[in-house]
Design a protein around this ligand. Structure first.
Ligand code: AR6
Length: 173
């Protein structure tokens, strides 16, 4: 069992005072709608300036920036897969997103990270399937030992919250 605590909450991720929040970005890293738009609005224009220098990001990968006006100190921009029926390696690519975010946070010695539900909005990844991948990848990563003391899964809707809580309960049995 890892010593890291896992919290599943319903919240606006831009309000969380953690070491790092994860952004569900696109490959351009130049902003967009959904949680990406909310993070850029709350962080201010300097975030886009820093992102401009990153030369985008491949699907399944992640890059870290400062958090600027956010209460979070950093942002990890992760690019989830667009759901296309499950035949385009979407599961593996989504798993890579979570692992790469956790690895970046750990390498920076950070202690708290908050994830949104990557790919399950505009990118249409089915929530049950995405939630299972998010939780299993995270639990597996934490078993290795890490600087992270707290991992927060931030759900936007009641249904997503229920799905995460129920899936986590089943995985912990
Ligand atoms: N806090 C927490 N979760 C949120 C917030 C928020 N403030 N706002 C939305 N969500 P999405 P994707 C939830 O569409 O599917 C963007 O245009 C939302 O309810 O933001 O990975 C990017 O630029 C959903 O559960 O991300 C990309 O082009 C989850 O965040 C594309 O969308 C993810 O939904 C990425 O699509």
């Amino acid at each position: 069992m890892s010593k890291t605590s896992i919290e599943i909450i319903q919240a606006d991720i831009t309000a969380l005072p953690v070491d790092v929040i994860v952004n569900a970005a696109n490959r351009s890293l130049m902003g967009g709608g959904g949680v990406d738009g909310a993070i850029h609005r709350a962080a201010g224009p300097q975030l886009l300036e820093e992102c401009r220098g990153l030369n985008g990001c491949m699907t399944g990968e992640a890059k870290m920036t400062s958090g600027y006006n956010l209460p979070a100190r950093h942002v990890i921009h992760a690019v989830g897969p667009v759901w296309d029926g499950g035949k385009r390696d979407e599961d593996r690519l989504l798993g890579n997103c979570y692992r790469n975010c956790l690895r970046l946070a750990d390498q920076a010695g950070l202690t708290s990270i908050a994830f949104p539900s990557i790919s399950t909005g505009v990118y249409r990844f089915p929530i049950e399937r995405a939630c299972h991948i998010a939780l299993t990848e995270t639990l597996r990563f934490l078993e290795q030992g890490t600087s992270l003391e707290k991992v927060i899964f931030t759900c936007f809707s009641d249904q997503d919250l229920q799905c995460y809580r129920e899936t986590y309960r089943r995985l912990s049995l």
